[in-house]
Design a protein around this ligand. Structure first.
Ligand code: AMP
Length: 281
């Protein structure tokens, strides 16, 4: 497995592979791999001749009071996990090479970035869209793989690709969970043992929502109240938002019909965790 740090070298390598007739899959990540990342790598491995994983903790998607500095990093372990998953190349650029100073050009996806995580993390999705656009240019892949755990991010990338005519297929993969249901996240390492136990309430509350909808409930208000009520049973969990939105526009809905995302964010100790379920009603 190769490790490339210089953007133009990465572009040259991928361009050579394309010209040799190979298909290329890209998995953008911030590293500190877990089984969720590995599921994306394996999906890319199955569908492409050449698989690149980008590993870059992107400073511009973190707010000034967020965890950019503390974000967990372990390159050596990540390299081993990626090699094990059959990845061909890791792209691990330096911040100075991704953002030559002064850096002046950004990608802004409007509307769908206003609610959910966008409301409490101003500039976050601008940072995400910008870095992913850059990665799509540096690594001209045929397909790029994203996890539905970050559902709003998926919609932002899909819309950016549509609006800016990127020639790439976006492949989405289901959320990988711990045995007790907690969505895997690099940020779960922030949790103390007691908080880790309490955090299982996130998915439990979403399962309750899912069951209510399966049982015929169509009023978003009722379902969201049940989710909040479940979250309240854990004093260590401090909900930030609980919402039901349509998948297309990520706008709050009153009636649950069609493709509906029930999403939440909560603080547990010093971790900010998100989770969601995507329902076809
Ligand atoms: P991150 O390194 O956290 O930025 O995540 C990189 C990619 O892995 C994103 O597309 C995430 O949506 C995806 N991902 C993170 N956690 C999970 C998970 N538990 N299941 C599936 N995909 C995930």
């Amino acid at each position: 497995m190769r490790i490339v740090t210089v953007p133009w070298e990465m572009t040259r390598l991928v361009t050579e592979r394309r010209e040799a007739g190979q298909s290329v899959g890209l998995v953008p990540t911030m590293g500190f791999f877990h089984a969720g990342h590995v599921s994306l790598m394996r999906a890319a491995r199955e569908e492409n001749d050449f698989v690149v994983v980008s590993l870059f903790v992107n400073p511009i998607q973190f707010g000034p009071r967020e965890d950019f500095k503390e974000y967990p990093r372990d390159l050596q372990r990540d390299v081993e996990i990626a090699a094990q998953a059959g990845v061909d190349c890791i792209f691990h650029p330096r911040v100075e090479d991704m953002y030559p100073q002064p850096y002046l050009t950004f990608v802004e996806v409007e509307g769908i970035t206003e609610g959910l995580c966008g409301a409490s993390r101003p500039g976050h999705f601008r940072g995400v869209a910008t870095v992913v656009a850059k990665l799509f240019h540096i690594i001209p892949a045929h397909r790029a793989y994203f996890g539905l755990k970050d559902a709003q991010q998926v919609r932002v990338i899909q819309k950016m690709v549509e609006d800016l005519n990127f020639d790439i297929q976006i492949v989405t993969c289901p959320t990988v969970r711990e045995e007790d249901g907690l969505a895997m996240s690099s940020r779960n390492v922030y949790l103390k043992p007691e908080e880790r136990r309490a955090a299982t309430v996130l998915y439990r509350s979403l399962r309750r929502a899912e069951e209510m909808v399966r049982g015929g409930e169509r009023e978003a208000r009722e379902v969201l109240a049940a989710v909040r009520e479940t979250l309240e049973t854990e004093p260590l969990v401090e909900p930030e938002y609980v919402e039901a939105v349509d998948w297309e526009g990520l706008r709050p809905v009153e009636r649950l019909q069609g493709k509906v995302l029930i999403a939440l964010a909560a603080r547990v100790g010093k971790a900010r965790l998100i989770d969601n379920v995507l329902l076809e009603v």
